[in-house]
Design a protein around this ligand. Structure first.
Ligand SMILES: [Zn+2]
Length: 253
């Protein structure tokens, strides 16, 4: 989902917030969920899976529930780890920053319910299976293997160098795509290390850990002010199958 506008008022490729919608009915992270989703998506998205509780991944969640409050016929189901749910309740839905929607009801019942998911096991939501795989970020963060009956993709969310994640990915027979972050350019290697993110050079080293998979790899979650620099540095890596995920584009796998 786009998150930012350019000078002409159109969606910009620069991405401040992280939100991916699958089959118009499930969102992975809620950064721009309230702002960028279509009216059909607003009607259909009732399951939101959170990778972690950093602001750029949850910013659109309170307003999404607020906008839909009166019209919800079923609750918004937030799927996350225990730690993320506790952080949302403590720091966001605490009546100070925003109402605690999990205590509120509309005429049809509850408007927000939490579903704690298991790490390393398959979790079934709608027609999808999501296996949460811990990655290496500053706070507890989950990447996912996401599958329907037809195909399976891997998704890292925010992360620095990983080992366990690649072990799980290498155990997969066939993946349709891998989405991996690259938040900072190479010259901000120190900041990337302090904040547990990747740069193009570190991404190259990470991709060497990937065995026997020749699916397309898409770069996501680039810090918007460094986007152009990061894209140039990624192009220079000349890694076959490595490309940038386009903002606002529909991908079919
Ligand atoms: Zn983060």
């Amino acid at each position: 989902m786009p998150s930012t506008f350019d000078e002409t008022g159109n969606a910009s490729a620069q991405q401040h917030l992280s939100c991916f919608v699958i089959d118009d009915c499930l969102a992975i992270d809620a950064g721009s969920l309230a702002f960028a989703t279509t009216s059909i998506q607003k009607k259909q998205i009732r399951d939101i899976v959170l990778t972690h509780a950093h602001l750029d991944h949850i910013a659109g969640l309170p307003l999404f529930i607020d906008d839909l409050f009166a019209s919800l016929e079923e609750p918004i189901r937030v799927h996350a780890t225990k730690e993320v749910i506790e952080n949302l309740e403590r720091h966001i839905f605490n009546w100070e920053i925003y109402p605690n929607f999990s205590e509120l009801h509309n005429e049809n019942g509850a408007v927000l319910k939490y579903y704690q998911f298991g790490i390393g096991t398959e979790n079934f939501i709608k027609h999808l299976s999501l296996k949460a795989l811990e990655v290496n970020h500053k706070v507890q963060t989950m990447g996912f293997l996401i599958a329907d009956k037809k195909s399976k993709i891997a998704f890292t969310s925010d992360t620095a160098e990983m080992d366990g994640f690649w072990k799980d990915i290498n155990a997969e027979k066939s993946l349709a795509a891998i989405l991996i972050e690259c938040a900072f350019p190479d010259e901000l290697k120190k900041l990337a290390s302090q904040s547990h993110h990747l740069t193009p050079a570190i991404l190259k080293t990470e991709l060497r850990k990937l065995k026997n998979t020749n699916c397309p790899i898409y770069v996501i979650n680039m810090k918007p002010v460094y986007r152009e620099k990061i894209v140039k540095q990624i192009e220079k890596l000349e890694i076959e199958d490595l490309r940038i995920l386009e903002v606002g584009k529909i991908y079919e796998w």
